[in-house]
Design a protein around this ligand. Sequence first.
Ligand SMILES: *Cc1c(COP(=O)(O)O)cnc(C)c1O
Length: 367
Amino acid sequence: MITASAKLCATNFLTMSRYWSDVAKGLTPYVPGEQPKLANLVKLNTNENPYPPSPLVSQAIQAELGETGNNLRRYPDPNSEAVKAAIARYHQIEANQIFIGNGSDEVLAHVFLGLLKHRLPILFPDITYSFYPVYCGLYQVPFRTVPLHDGFVLRIDDYLVPNGGIIFPNPNAPTGRAIALAQIERLLQVNTDSVVVIDEAYVDFGGETAIPLITKYPNLLVIQTLSKARSLAGLRVGFAAGHVDLIEALTRVKDSFNSYPLDRLAIAGAVAAYEDVAYFEQTRQAVMATRERLTARLASLGFEVIPSSANFVFVRHPNRDARQLMLALRRQNILVRHFDLPRIEQYLRITIGTDAECDALVKALGN
Ligand SMILES: *Cc1c(COP(=O)(O)O)cnc(C)c1O
């Protein structure tokens, strides 16, 4: 007997798949952390910043919108030059060494197609940002995963082999572990035949940026986002920094896909975010201070906490099942992220919230 829901499912599958391309049929999409529309939720599952963006951001967006929204009649600047200029000023590089995208996920997509798709497989850690294998599937990029060592340690020596490209986040996700810039430079000195991509989504919470190295190494591409340390996940702005020739490849892909990745409001908001350096310093320091406080309290509850340089901690309890813990927290309106994946199924990734949110978490864990 077929149950009603199974039948519905089967019908959907048949009617949908009939019109799908083989590409759509073959995809294994990324699954983002959930965004439930519930009030009173302590949301520690998607690494958003607990603090609002700089007040200059909403002022700039309001100004761009104006009384009537008349500016929105016109297309935005296709290359977001004002954002490039603001980022170039902040990082003391040239505007033509920067590529802007609609969130760093879009930048990454263009990187996989424009710089990482070759005959040889690209390399990335076995435990890392789960979007990388998804892009490989979408763009048919061959890849090989490189196991992290005990304690989720990334060793550069593992990457000193022929490859079509190398990509990893620093600090890594979802482990939070960072490697020193000297290690990345060691990789760049040996690996000169393919592009090395460092995804620095979390770098402002205690990592060291590789951006100063782009002038020395023409095959280094560094990717950052305004989603985490600048509290702008909802605005969708990310960028890549690298040699002009790498930027040119990304621009070619962009202009073959969507010429206007950033709308006018995003451009205005992103520029303002880079202007408020004092606010940025204050909020990232607050997140790091809360992380240290939460780490100590989790340790005193018996959790093993991987040393984190990010706005989350990756933790395991020696005798409490991670999935059960995640579900128990959920019943108390606290969301954390559990990945049902080999080697990490007993870990939880907990975003650093405000001190009050982290207190609520610690209290719930004690229940
Ligand atoms: C959050 C995250 C991104 C994506 O950021 P967006 O700019 O919001 O698309 C990219 N890489 C890693 C490792 C991340 O954690």
